[in-house]
Design a protein around this ligand. Structure first.
Ligand code: 2NL
Length: 344
């Protein structure tokens, strides 16, 4: 029996030694130390032993059981340690590797052009005013001298929401609202940038949604020459000191008289080319002296107060300044288009 017990010990230690996982260790424990295990099997033969031999074999069996148990524990700890080390190695991070480059964004070209125009006008004492994009028929049309059924409403195809509510077709309602707030007291000196909407079929030069900047200066003694001087400063600041401006008579319902402003073509120096369509001039914006009806409807005395106003499309300004050939580039967010203007 002694020999058999020692054999069991050798076998067990060998199996423990070669075990590669905890499941195998568990199987080894059951096979040797379990209720129906090898040691119990041997001890069943104790009855055949003499009185003197019994305690000796019993003691040896206990000793071997303890040794196997201890070997199992030691091996288990070893396996756990090895597993942990492997995991640490696999999940190791090389903190000395260079980081992934961060893609730096920047303001949209349109935003930059709008900001440049805002900066110029605020430097001349204008404030920036904003208002709702969903407007009432009153502020978008009636208060700007465009009564219901006026034929000039056809100039601006409109997205109506209800009979009285619409998507604003211009930023002038912001100016009408601001005038009203001043309760007949000048001066009012603002520029109004923002999104506007018109029922239109999108193509290279038209969009159903675009941006506009309008300006308004109302005070006593404001004259057409003030308008001309202001627009001249604007044109030279945006397009270069060497540019000339020209005002042509035009019509807007909210101004009288009304003009359109052209700048001289930089490409051909006024000779005529494909950009200016042979004329030597490029149209930039519309403007005029605020119609007395607009002043009166906003609560201003049109004998005491005069004003000038102008409106322009930042898309058009950006297209001319940076050679953008399709207005849809501003809205489709192709990163290759947008990135070209990061430095400007
Ligand atoms: C254009 C022309 C213009 C105005 C906008 C305006 C606003 C008030 C009173 C009078 Cl509250 N006028 N705005 C005046 C003239 C022209 O825009 O071609 N825009 C793209």
């Amino acid at each position: 029996m002694k020999e058999r017990l020692n054999e069991i010990k050798e076998e067990a230690l060998e199996q423990i030694q070669s075990a590669v996982d905890e499941k195998t260790l568990q199987d080894v424990r059951v096979y040797f130390l379990g209720k129906k295990g090898q040691i119990t099997e041997v001890l069943k033969g104790m009855g055949k032993l003499s009185k003197e031999e019994r305690p000796v074999i019993g003691q040896l069996a206990n000793q071997i059981r303890d040794e196997i148990s201890e070997a199992l524990e030691t091996k288990k700890t070893k396996l756990e340690q090895a597993a942990l080390e492997q995991q640490l190695e696999e999940e190791a991070v090389d903190v000395t590797l260079p980081g992934r480059p961060v893609q730096a964004g920047g303001p949209h070209l349109l935003r930059k052009v709008i900001r440049e125009i805002e900066d110029l006008f605020t430097s001349m004492g204008y404030s920036v005013a904003e208002g709702p994009e969903v407007e009432t028929d009153f502020y978008n049309f009636e208060s700007l001298n465009l009564p219901k059924n006026h034929p000039a409403r056809d100039m601006q195809d409109t997205f109506f929401i209800t009979k009285e509510l619409l998507m604003r077709t211009q930023t002038s309602p912001v100016q009408a609202r601001t005038l009203r707030k001043h309760e007949g007291q000048g001066p009012v000196k603002i520029i109004c940038p923002g999104k506007v909407y018109r029922r239109d079929t999108d193509d290279a030069t038209h969009s159903h949604q675009f941006t506009q900047i309008e300006g308004l200066y109302v005070d006593e003694n404001i004259r057409m020459s003030d308008l001309k001087g202001t627009l001249n400063v604007f044109a030279k600041h945006m397009f270069g000191e060497d540019r000339a401006i020209r005002l042509r008579p035009s019509f807007f319902p909210f101004t009288e008289p009304s003009v359109e402003m052209d700048i001289s073509c930089k490409i051909c120096q006024g000779e005529g080319c494909s950009v200016c369509k042979g004329s030597g001039w490029i149209e930039i914006l519309g403007a005029g002296m605020v119609h007395p009806n607009v002043l009166e409807m906003a609560g201003f005395d049109s004998n005491q107060y005069k004003g000038f106003a102008f409106g322009m499309g930042p898309e058009r300004i950006a297209m001319l300044k940076y050679g953008v050939e399709d207005i849809r580039h501003f809205y489709t967010n192709d990163i290759r288009f947008l990135k070209q203007f990061h430095g400007v």
